[in-house]
Design a protein around this ligand. Structure first.
Ligand SMILES: *[C@@H]1O[C@H](CO)[C@@H](O)[C@H](O)[C@H]1NC(C)=O
Ligand SMILES: *[C@@H]1O[C@H](CO)[C@@H](O)[C@H](O)[C@H]1NC(C)=O
Ligand SMILES: *[C@@H]1O[C@H](CO)[C@@H](O)[C@H](O)[C@H]1NC(C)=O
Ligand SMILES: *[C@@H]1O[C@H](CO)[C@@H](O)[C@H](O)[C@H]1NC(C)=O
Ligand SMILES: *[C@@H]1O[C@H](CO)[C@@H](O)[C@H](O)[C@H]1NC(C)=O
Ligand SMILES: *[C@@H]1O[C@H](CO)[C@@H](O)[C@H](O)[C@H]1NC(C)=O
Ligand SMILES: *[C@@H]1O[C@H](CO)[C@@H](O)[C@H](O)[C@H]1NC(C)=O
Length: 508
């Protein structure tokens, strides 16, 4: 009986469009439902009898998918009335109240709801629909659309497309993939890890490379985790670099308090990024936890009047949080997760590449040559475009010199690279994990070029990097006990052809 009821409801919702299935009206936090938007009020303001003319709507920002689960995945797009205020010739003068509900002074507010439909297909030719729903969006959520596509099969590739309801006005088609069931004995998974995408510094070529190569199953930033720049520059628990949690700062900021500023930014992030999940499993092969390390509980950051102190305490690195780090390491030892195990720490954000054995400095013995004493491995990836921490236009030789200094000073740091912008691809199987690092010869031109920088192996149960680390040879940076040999062998991921790149390397 219950089953029948559910399917009747499902049919009904397929026929008419839904407001509630647009996740962006909900609160970004399950524990704070009041941060959601009152759908009741939004519905009241909209007149379903006068919908937008579909040709006046635009799918302005392409599509995205994220946070895959075995039977569902999040799909995202934006559909805006792009000519909404094009006819207004009224000039805004003087000041306007921060939260004005005025609806007619500059341009008449439209009551027309925007209806969007998504379809998920099994095949690339978009013939075989497996899931489809019509939903509404509105200016309350910046015309964004975020839905959970359901009824999907585990570990399956799907194609999806949005269209303005009852019209041929379509988005480009996207491709996505569900994760395997938690008890699935999946044998091989490839992922790509990106961080540090800052458009003023260059083109996001790196994103396209894994797609063109078709080299991985999942891509992180589409299982994204934020750092401390989504709300403002250097956000932390009590404020940000340009905003103290004080009355003076509040007044200076136009009457917007730290909490309000954060709430607004978190809402914008929630509306524009295809998330709500934070833990994942990829079959029995990978258990994945995405911790927030920057926003919620960090009690100090660089406020630009305390920079020297911040550098002293290593604010952005794991080593800046020794009590937390010690507790994590202690947990591994206490629970016998230190032996014959597969602890992998994947990170980014530092604009540089780092590969280390995980060891407990000054507490447990560790041999940098053999890796004995290591209880896991750590991989940190460079940036898509954010500049080298030692200067944007650093020369390769100078960058490698700094890498050598860092590598030598840290016994567990087996490889360090500063020069190349890039990303890395961990490939996991039951036997081993390999981590391939790629660098872009340039980010000032739009192309699909990349150089293979280094390749690491971790054998199942070893909890340390396989020796000789990186096979004893890397393209750039500094490798402990190994060689750096610059060959410039560049792959064009567009054509699949190889060539020796002669990019003027200093201009990244
Ligand atoms: C939609 O976007 C396209 C491309 O930017 C533009 O040419 C077109 O005029 C837009 N349509 C409307 C209704 O604004
Ligand atoms: C603005 O538009 C209105 C209506 O189209 C027109 O009557 C008015 O002259 C325009 N004003 C200016 C300053 O262009
Ligand atoms: C925040 O406080 C510090 C220390 O009192 C001060 O130097 C800085 O100017 C303040 N910043 C703002 C934006 O008010
Ligand atoms: C962390 O552990 C190391 C090694 O036992 C110890 O030297 C250090 O004092 C600890 N640091 C903190 C902050 O607990
Ligand atoms: C890097 O070099 C380019 C080209 O010479 C120049 O336009 C840019 O300003 C430089 N950037 C920095 C941060 O020095
Ligand atoms: C790099 O270091 C070597 C050895 O210390 C030194 O001879 C060379 O001048 C340095 N090169 C640059 C570009 O800093
Ligand atoms: C690689 O490129 C750099 C910069 O253009 C150049 O200095 C170096 O000689 C090249 N090496 C090879 C083997 O082509």
């Amino acid at each position: 009986m219950k089953l029948q009821l559910t399917s009747a409801i499902a049919l009904a919702s397929a026929a008419s469009a839904s407001w509630t299935q647009n996740i962006n009206y909900h609160s970004p936090s399950e524990h704070h439902p009041s941060l959601g938007i009152s759908i009741h009020k939004v519905v009241k303001r909209n007149d379903l009898k006068s919908p937008w003319d579909p040709v006046k709507l635009n799918l302005t920002r392409g599509v995205a998918s994220g946070d895959p689960y075995p039977n569902s995945v999040i799909l995202w797009t934006r559909v805006g009335p792009s000519s909404d205020n094009g006819k207004s010739n009224v000039t805004v003068e003087g000041t306007a109240p921060l939260y004005s509900h005025e609806t007619g002074e500059y341009v008449a507010a439209s009551k027309a709801p925007v209806c969007v439909e998504y379809k998920v297909y099994k095949d690339k030719k978009l013939g075989n629909v497996v899931d489809s729903v019509k939903i509404y969006t509105s200016s309350d959520i910046d015309y964004t659309v975020k839905v959970e596509a359901k009824n999907l099969k585990p570990y399956t590739k799907y194609y999806y497309q949005f269209n303005v309801c009852n019209s041929n006005n379509k988005s480009p088609a996207g491709r996505t993939k569900t994760t395997p069931n938690a008890d699935d004995g999946v044998t091989k998974v490839g992922i790509a890890i990106y961080s540090g995408s800052n458009y003023p510094f260059g083109f996001f070529n790196a994103y396209g490379n894994t797609v063109r190569k078709d080299s991985v199953d999942y891509v992180f930033p589409w299982i994204p985790v934020w750092d401390d720049h989504e709300v403002a520059d250097n956000t932390y628990r009590d404020g940000m670099s340009e905003l103290n949690n004080t009355e003076q700062s509040f007044v200076h900021n136009g009457g917007v308090a730290v909490g309000q500023h954060k709430m607004n930014a978190v809402r914008a992030y929630f509306e524009w990024i295809p998330i709500p999940q934070r833990t994942f499993s990829i079959g029995k092969l990978i258990g994945l936890v995405m911790p927030d390390t920057h926003q919620y509980d960090r009690s100090i950051t660089d406020l630009y009047w305390n920079t020297d102190y911040i550098h002293e305490i290593s604010n952005d690195a794991w080593d800046g949080y020794m009590s937390n780090k010690n507790r994590t390491l202690q947990h591994l030892y206490n629970n016998n997760i230190n032996n014959n195990n597969n602890n992998i720490f994947l990170s980014g954000d530092s604009h540089a590449s780092w590969v280390s054995d995980l060891m407990w400095l000054e507490n447990k013995p560790y041999d940098p040559t053999t890796g004995a004493g290591s209880i896991g491995v750590e991989f940190g990836g460079s940036a898509v475009t954010s500049p080298c921490p030692y200067g944007a236009n650093i020369s390769l030789a100078t960058a490698n010199n700094y890498s050598a200094i860092l590598q030598t000073a840290n016994p567990e740091l087996q490889w360090q690279g500063l020069y190349y912008r890039g990303y890395y691809e961990p490939h996991l199987s039951k036997k081993e994990m390999s981590a391939n690092y790629f660098g872009m010869p340039t980010v000032v031109n739009r192309d699909g070029w990349e150089i293979s920088l280094a390749k690491f192996t971790v054998k199942a149960g070893a909890n340390k990097l396989q020796r000789p680390v990186a096979g004893g040879k890397v393209e750039s940076g500094s490798l402990k006990g190994g060689k750096t040999v610059q060959a410039n062998a560049t792959a064009d991921t567009g054509s699949g052809k190889w060539f020796v790149s002669h990019e003027k390397l200093e201009v990244l």
